[in-house]
Design a protein around this ligand. Structure first.
Ligand code: FAD
Length: 369
């Protein structure tokens, strides 16, 4: 596959949220001589915004699926069913899980982030990271099929995903579980206004979910917190935030101290003009931006435009969202919490809006089945 090619080869690595807009643009604009490739281990992507609704039993798993194979076909892109396992930025070459080497003229990375499992290695409980979402879905279904009576389920991570999944797990098990939410003090919805945190605390209280402060690690029987408290667990849900893939560190691309790809507002690597990246895998050099699906999705059209400009000439655009971003968090009871700067609102109308936005988004991508 690595024979010399004459036309330019453009590779999208990963079917992340940020690449959906690129595939849509490609579908509208046929290739002008370039070869288009999408490397993805799965023929579908899963829309993360609907994962808590799925876990709560509100949506079937199919409702979250975005058919990447169909999108790629419409975009005139060859789908390569593999994972990226290595990148040599200087040689402009990718290594795939199949052992193939693939060189590129232009590369865009949207492979998302992973979860650090190392602190939980000593636990005898089932450890279920929320990423990759495919693993969360199969792992949760397997747990439900053989769940003990009244299982203990600590959810680690006080971000929106941790809060939503704790509520969803409790709702799905209809109270027949002891769900706790664990995060270091000060980390509970730390990017959100106090009003949002109060609404989320009230939702947790209504479901009988205790919020524990501490740094959790794996231990026989479950978990141990940094103050020595033991937390029994059957299943531990890890929503501890994205960490970059290991292969990025060895790629030669400029990375942050944590190993995220450093990009400017144009989503281009600060160290390599032929590499772009968006979504959870990046860190911006011009301003901090939280890693969220909202930003991954909204960066997509800018990424698409800049890939076109890098290939055919044109002006680079900047992804510069406003200071406030609307987040809608499901409380697993067909209600949701809206968070927009200092504005906070909870209730059925917010769920109605979230459900409409999320299902509309997936439908627009072209759903499977
Ligand atoms: C449970 C949950 C709920 C969330 N809810 C929200 C929400 O309501 N709102 C919000 O803004 N954000 C939410 N997020 C965060 C959001 O999911 C991420 O910020 C967003 O998905 C990041 O998009 P991305 O493009 O970086 O990659 P992703 O959407 O994570 O996709 C990465 C893709 O790349 C593939 N991939 C991974 N590794 C490789 C590889 N080596 N080679 C090739 N392909 C690879 C994966 O299979 C996946 O398809 C949630 C996250 C979780 C876990």
């Amino acid at each position: 596959m690595n024979e010399r090619h004459i036309s330019k080869r453009v590779i999208l690595a990963g079917g992340g949220h940020a690449h959906l807009a690129v595939l849509h643009r490609w579908a509208r604009e046929p290739a002008r001589g370039e070869d288009r490739l999408l490397i993805t281990p799965q023929a579908h992507a899963l829309y993360s915004g609907m994962v808590p609704g799925w876990m709560a039993g509100i949506y079937p798993a199919e409702a979250l699926r975005i058919d990447l194979a169909e999108l790629a076909a419409r975009a005139g892109a060859k789908l390569v069913p593999a994972e990226v396992t290595g990148l040599d930025a200087a040689r402009q070459c990718l290594t795939l899980s199949t052992g193939e080497l693939l060189d590129f003229d232009l590369l865009s990375l949207a492979t998302g982030g992973g979860i650090d499992l190392a602190p939980f290695a000593g636990s005898t409980a089932t450890i279920l990271p929320v990423r990759p979402v495919e693993g969360l879905i199969s792992g949760w279904e397997a747990f439900l099929a053989a769940a003990p009576r009244q299982p203990a389920i600590p959810v680690i991570g006080g971000g929106a995903a941790g809060v939503e999944l704790a509520l969803a797990a409790q709702a799905r098990l209809a109270g027949a579980a002891t769900v706790t939410l664990v995060c270091p003090r000060g980390d509970f919805l730390s990017g959100h206004h106090l009003r949002v945190r109060r609404l989320a605390r009230a939702a947790l209280n209504r479901r009988g979910i205790a919020l524990l402060h501490g740094l959790a690690a794996g231990a026989p029987g479950g978990l141990v917190l940094d103050d020595g408290e033991l937390l029994p667990a059957d299943l531990v849900l890890l929503a501890t935030g994205s960490r970059p893939p290991g292969w990025l560190a060895a790629s030669g691309l400029a990375c942050s101290a944590q190993g995220f790809a450093l990009v400017g507002a144009d989503l281009r690597s600060v160290s390599h003009p032929a590499v772009f990246a968006a979504g959870d895998i990046v860190e911006r050099t011009d301003r901090p931006l939280p890693r969220s699906g909202v930003h991954a999705v909204k960066a997509g059209p800018v990424l698409a435009a800049n890939l076109a400009a890098a290939l055919h000439g044109g002006t680079m655009q900047s992804y510069q969202p406003g200071l406030r971003t609307l987040y809608l968090m499901s409380t697993a009871d067909r209600r949701a919490i809206a968070s927009w700067g200092g504005f906070a609102l909870a209730g059925r109308a917010v769920w109605w809006l979230k459900d409409r936005i999320d299902r509309g988004f997936v439908r627009r991508q072209g759903r499977l089945g």
